[in-house]
Ligand binder design. Structure first.
Ligand SMILES: [Zn+2]
Length: 278
């Protein structure tokens, strides 16, 4: 997740798809400058009894489909990691459970935090760096040495709050694109830490927002899947630019080969003419 907007404005934000221009209503500030968060966000389960489950996103995989275990090879990587951008199919691929908690996993987590800070993100999921495994890191402070670094492995959500909030979200896999997404205000989750130990806790406010965004990545769900049609329409041009950039990138090697073949044919033709005459 790249960043979130400055303020909660539920009533105003609900009307946003009907208002224009959108850019006059949103401030896309980096959270470390805009969100005075205190990091006392991990609460005990007993303090939040009023929660219920909501429907899943438009896209994404069921929990049963996510049970495949990652092999040690699935966790091998070559630093430095790079951010995978939409519409790379890695972002829609299934992500495997992690069952090997070793030094390599710790190095991967360190590399992910490194990429996240360098790209001014506050959260990052493994598929966003080309690793299709169920791992996310985040730090709502967005600054190394500040806030609290959270590592969640094989996370699961078992309850969402009824209270829904709207927030302007960005995503490192969609550079420069920000839009309103509605999500539950808090989530009750369980996960494993870097040693493999299980734990449960409740996230609320910004950490809950970041967690849900990254959890969606682990489900193959992207933030525009959660947007209303009106909001998606408002960023459709930017999304198309992302697609065309990748298309160009994929076509470059093909174009290069065609050019090489063309030049070779012309060279041979000229040579034959010079050698044997026309
Ligand atoms: Zn994202």
């Amino acid at each position: 997740m790249a960043s979130v907007a400055l303020r909660h404005q539920p009533l105003l934000s609900r009307a946003l798809p009907l208002l224009s221009p959108r850019s006059t209503l949103h401030l896309h500030l980096h959270p470390r400058r805009s969100f005075p968060f205190t990091f006392s966000f991990i609460r005990t389960l007993s303090r939040t009894p009023h929660m219920s489950t909501i429907a899943q996103a438009k896209r994404g995989f069921s929990s049963k489909e996510d049970e495949r275990a990652a092999s040690p090879d699935d966790l091998l990587f070559e630093p430095p990691l790079r951010i995978v951008e939409y519409p790379d199919p890695i972002l829609r691929a299934r992500n495997k459970r992690i069952e090997t908690f070793d030094e390599n996993l710790k190095k991967l987590v360190c590399e992910m935090f490194d990429v996240m800070y360098k790209t001014e993100g506050i959260g990052l999921s493994a598929p966003q760096v080309g690793m299709n495994v169920r791992l996310m890191v985040f730090n709502p402070a967005g600054e190394r040495g500040e806030g609290e670094e959270i590592v969640l492995i094989n996370p699961r959500v078992f309850q969402y709050s009824k209270k829904m909030v709207l927030f302007d979200e960005g995503c490192l896999s969609f550079p420069g694109i920000y839009a309103v997404v509605e999500r539950p205000d808090s989530v009750k989750i369980e996960a494993q830490d870097i040693t493999g130990a299980n734990f449960k806790f409740v996230l609320s406010d910004l950490p809950a927002r970041v967690f849900q965004h990254e959890f969606d990545h682990l489900q193959g769900t992207l933030f525009f899947d959660r947007m209303t049609d009106e909001v998606v329409n408002s960023i459709r041009t930017e999304l198309k630019v992302s697609v065309s950039k990748l298309s160009l990138f994929l076509l470059l090697p093909y174009s290069f080969c065609v050019a090489i073949i063309f030049v070779s044919c012309c060279t041979i033709k000229v040579f034959l003419r010079l050698r044997f005459g026309s």
